[in-house]
Design a protein around this ligand. Structure first.
Ligand code: MG
Length: 374
């Protein structure tokens, strides 16, 4: 069996704006083979930049595009191909966008292996420990506290037991942010897990103040209050914060997560499987985390391709408290699959068809397809 082509497809909403929603455009990857089996993956970052990394021709031994490295090779040899992509990009890769591109291809390779063997990815990982995963509703923060309360009530009504608001109206004044969370807590009661995602950093002293204020509302975690590279800041904040602190959605590779854990002191990390290095790398990251009693709550704000990949992974983990679940009304989330993935009573069933267990709705793919040449 051989890889014949790696196809990159950019999907883009008619209007894209610079807010906290990074599901306005996506890059879908199809790995084609000579046996008619196609693996589906996605990489989550700037789609046109990713496309260039996949398509680039040879420039140097350790500066190569990913597609020429893989065409003609056996897609079932995932460890070998992952290492090949990593080693032949070390002059310009190792972290960041190259790892994000590797992620998308890696997800597609696991989908192929599943389809070849007739097994879901979680079985290839040794079998599931659960057939559904708890999810928390993840929403952008509105500009007004009353609107946040209304959204929170709607999500609880829909069955969610955990809620997160992020970006949007947050981060301007942490005293306002704390008051908003207080209003939501009062509306939804003590049993619901509340989470707050700053998205962009606040001053260190404000983060310390907020972490203490949120503890009074029994907040489940405070996400990204500091800059992603401020590892020493995170270490200091984690040491004094009564609220659990999280980060990691912008981090890549086991080396990056080792630093977050060992230098940053994080007790919860949030790898994104369409960014961190794919299903192959997230399992290495999770093994590292488990050894240090660090919890893994993956970032998952993209299409149902990533949702399925994340479910396949979490199904096999001893500790799987939550998966993020984007509740925005966005066709790239709600319509991309023939059978969209839906939550019920705050949990999502793990797809059990071969590979990722998903099928793209090609009509939707064509409707939102964005061509570089216009
Ligand atoms: Mg976030």
């Amino acid at each position: 069996m051989k890889i014949t082509d790696i196809e990159t497809i950019i999907l883009r909403l008619p209007e894209v704006v610079a807010n906290g929603d990074n599901l306005q455009d996506v890059l879908i990857i199809k790995v084609h083979t000579d046996e008619g089996i196609t693996g589906i993956g996605e990489a989550h970052t700037a789609p046109t930049v990713l496309k260039a990394i996949i398509d680039a021709p040879v420039s140097h031994l350790t500066t190569q595009g990913l597609k020429p490295l893989l065409v003609g090779r056996d897609p079932r040899r995932i460890n070998e191909l992952w290492t090949r992509m990593y080693r032949h990009t070390t002059s310009y890769g190792r972290r960041g966008v190259v790892l994000q591109a590797i992620s998308g291809i890696d997800i597609a390779l696991w989908d192929i292996l599943g389809k070849v063997t007739g097994r879901p990815v979680h079985q290839l990982f040794g079998g599931a420990l659960r057939d559904s995963v708890p999810v928390y509703a993840s929403d952008l923060s509105p500009a007004e506290p009353a609107a946040m309360v209304e959204l929170a009530e709607r999500h609880v009504e829909a069955g969610f037991r955990g809620l997160k608001f992020g970006w949007g109206g947050l981060g301007g004044d942490v005293r306002h942010d704390a008051k908003w969370v207080g209003a939501v807590r009062e509306a939804v009661g003590a049993e619901i897990d509340l989470m707050l995602d700053m998205g962009t950093p606040v001053p260190f002293d404000s983060a310390v103040w907020l972490a203490h204020a949120l503890a009074e509302q029994d907040v489940y975690f405070l996400e990204e209050p500091l800059a992603p590279d401020d590892l020493d800041g995170f270490a200091q904040l984690v040491a004094v914060s009564p609220t659990p602190i999280t980060t990691g959605e912008k981090e890549t590779s086991r080396f990056g997560f080792r630093d977050l854990i060992e230098r940053g002191g994080l007790r919860i990390i949030q790898p994104d499987i369409a960014r961190c290095g794919g299903l192959t790398e997230v399992r290495r990251i999770a093994a590292l985390a488990e050894l240090r009693n660090v919890r893994v709550i993956p970032h998952c704000w993209s299409t149902d391709i990533l949702v399925s990949a994340t479910l396949q992974f979490l199904a096999t983990q001893t500790d799987a408290p939550y998966q993020e679940f984007n509740v925005m009304d966005n066709p790239l989330k709600t319509e991309l699959l023939v059978e969209p993935i839906q939550q019920q009573n705050g949990a999502v069933r793990v797809p059990d068809g071969p590979g990722l267990g998903i099928e793209l709705n090609e009509e939707i793919v064509e409707r939102y397809r964005w061509r570089l040449d216009g």
